[in-house]
Ligand binder design. Structure first.
Ligand code: RRO
Length: 308
């Protein structure tokens, strides 16, 4: 079975990779990803300076989902500038995820990271967990201005990680901004921001930051993720490739993301729960699903969703 993917001219040995955020902060974690069956190595979103992130507990899994408010813990961009050349030796694409607390910070990090030539750069416009910093991609003018500035300094293929949108008007607006800004790919969706989970035993919230509000991930968000993949796929008509993220635990989940229009997928919550052996399992399961559909490659499934 051919599970390779091509995004922005870069070939991926398989279409299955980790999502930015989970278990991809340190050199050890990133090297473990490099040594696994993953189709790419995606870094944690980086900021200018190293950060410890929010106080714990800050990630909790519950039946069919997870909630997190990590608060951007990362090594600081210089550590990833130093690390990326080593990560490229694993012979699979390296995707550097870039965040920031101001437009200047995004631009400075993107400039420094571009110089060490990651295969792709993913600009995170959708972190829901920093107090006082709203998700940029919900402010369409700010997102457009920021992407316009970053595009000028980035020569590598550049994409953006988006939050979920819940109205077609917002899909229309963001899709036109992304085409205008010459974005090479998108990753959708980030966690569903500012959910709340309550522990029935203690009557308390389950994570400490922001009074318990945090980003939702895992199986419960799959329908929202699929809707966003599909909504952008219908608008882009193949002009901008899509990496589907959200709710993937099985090969069938990956297949559904492909049907909706994703060329590849990223996995967060299930990767946190299962570790690097998950990639081989998902490869196997996806192969079984594709075979049962009479397909020879994952690419053949992309966008093949039927409507009634
Ligand atoms: O670090 C986080 O709290 C975090 C980030 Br940057 C993000 O983009 N999405 C998320 O669920 N958590």
């Amino acid at each position: 079975m051919n599970l390779t993917a091509s995004i922005a001219g870069i070939t991926f040995p398989t279409c299955i990779m980790n999502a930015a955020g989970a278990r991809c902060v340190t050199a050890e974690e990133l090297e473990a990803i490099g040594n696994s069956r993953t189709g790419a190595i995606v870094t944690k979103s980086m900021t200018r300076d190293a950060r410890d992130g929010n106080p714990s507990p800050r990630y909790v899994a519950f039946p069919h989902g997870s909630i997190n408010s990590m608060g951007l813990p990362n090594l600081g961009h210089q550590a990833y500038v130093d690390l990326i050349p080593r990560l490229k030796e694993f012979n699979k694409p390296v995707i550097a995820s870039v965040a920031g607390f101001s437009p200047d910070e995004f631009v400075d990090i993107a400039t420094a990271i571009d110089a060490v030539k990651p295969d792709l750069m993913e600009i995170n416009l959708s972190c829901p967990n920093i107090e006082g910093h709203p998700q940029i991609a919900y402010d369409f003018d700010a997102a457009e201005q920021l992407l316009t500035r970053i595009r000028k300094v980035v020569n590598r293929p550049m994409g953006t990680k988006l939050p979920p949108y819940f109205d077609p008007v917002h899909h229309d607006h963001m899709a036109s901004i992304l085409e205008q800004c010459r974005v090479d790919f998108i990753s959708v969706i980030n966690s569903i921001g500012n959910g709340l989970v309550i522990d029935p035993e203690t009557d308390a919230v389950v994570i400490k930051p922001k009074g318990g509000f945090g980003g939702l991930g895992g199986a419960i968000i799959k329908p929202v993720a699929l809707a966003n993949v599909r909504a952008f796929a219908l608008r882009f008509q193949g002009r901008i490739p899509i990496i589907g993220v959200g709710g993937i635990e099985t090969g069938q989940d990956i297949y559904e993301h492909l049907l909706a229009g994703a060329s590849a997928v990223q996995i967060g919550t299930a990767f946190v729960e299962e570790g690097t052996q998950m990639f081989a399992r998902l490869e196997q399961e996806l192969t079984t699903v594709l075979e049962s559909k009479g397909l020879q490659s994952s690419t053949e499934a992309v966008g093949r969703l039927k409507e009634l």
